[in-house]
Design a protein. Structure first.
Length: 286
């Protein structure tokens, strides 16, 4: 390698060693900063700079999400409240498992804000930040049996299919472990909400525990799901979560503006009106 090309690399290595040496000196403290590798890497990320058109609110919605149309309508309302022109990008993917690191590349290229993220405490890495919730909804127990009105009515021999890893699923498992074996419902973890509902329609399980918007979306698209109904979760408490929008953590000013717009649209009834127009199973967050 020519010296002219090797020299900058050598200087970089020496600087890195110097920084590492200072960091381990006794008695010296520094502010905690995320490691470089804590931020995902996206192909071609160095080609994406700051956007030039500040009059746009570039937002993403994921076409796989059951609420993407609702989220887009809310994003449009937020843009108007901020006197910005909404610019929508619909993410299309056949990947079932969500990989948050993929969102990094999508946001660098297409959007400043990504709608539709559950506000799970301690659930996100340091390179992202989330807005306040624009609506709240819940996990529901749903069945096709018209005789069932509450979870307490379900006989111990009848099976439950639960979307695995959710807050509601963990709460159900915790409850079941406290019961005698004879009183426990057979519970089968399902990889996705769609799989849980499909098992319910096929009769593989008697009750499904899923995110409420998935029931709403299925009943819009599939006549076979018309007979499904939500039952009271008692003796378990209701599990609800807020849903907001995701931004990269350095977008502090934009996040503040979005929070203020969401608060105003919640207070004046705009978000509640959007939810009502779609018949969507959620309430505007306060």
């Amino acid at each position: 390698m020519p010296i002219a090309r090797a020299f900058p690399r050598l200087i970089g290595m020496l600087l890195a060693l110097a920084v590492a040496a200072v960091a381990v000196l006794p008695g010296r403290t520094t502010a905690q900063q995320p490691e470089f590798h804590d931020t995902p890497f996206a192909d071609g990320q160095w080609n994406h700079g700051r956007r030039l058109d500040e009059s746009l609110l570039r937002y993403c919605v994921d076409g796989r999400d059951p609420d993407w149309e609702v989220a887009a309508a809310i994003a449009d309302a937020i843009a108007m409240a901020l006197l910005l022109e909404p610019h929508r990008y619909v993410v299309e993917s056949r990947i079932i498992a969500a990989d948050l690191t993929k969102v990094y590349g999508i946001m660098l290229e297409h959007c400043d804000v990504h709608m539709g993220f559950k506000l799970i405490p301690e659930g996100y890495p340091d390179w992202v930040t989330l807005t306040r919730p624009y609506y709240e909804t819940r996990y529901v127990f749903v069945t096709a049996d018209p005789e069932l009105t509450a979870l307490a009515d379900v006989a111990p021999a009848r099976a439950i299919g639960a979307t695995m890893g959710t807050t509601a699923h963990l709460r159900l498992v915790s409850y079941l472990t406290a019961l005698p074996m004879a009183d426990r419902w057979p519970t089968y973890p399902m990889g996705t909400n769609d799989q849980a509902l499909e098992s319910l329609l096929k009769g593989t399980v008697d009750v499904a525990l899923v995110w409420a918007p998935y029931v709403w979306a299925l009943q819009r698209d599939d006549a076979a799901a018309a007979g499904l109904h939500v039952i009271d979760p008692a003796p378990l408490p209701q599990t609800s979560l807020g849903v907001g929008a995701l931004l990269l953590s350095d977008e502090i000013f934009l996040r503040t503006a979005l929070d203020e717009a969401i608060a105003a649209l919640s207070q004046d009834g705009t978000i509640a009106g959007i939810l009502e127009d779609y018949g969507f199973p959620a309430t505007a967050a306060r």
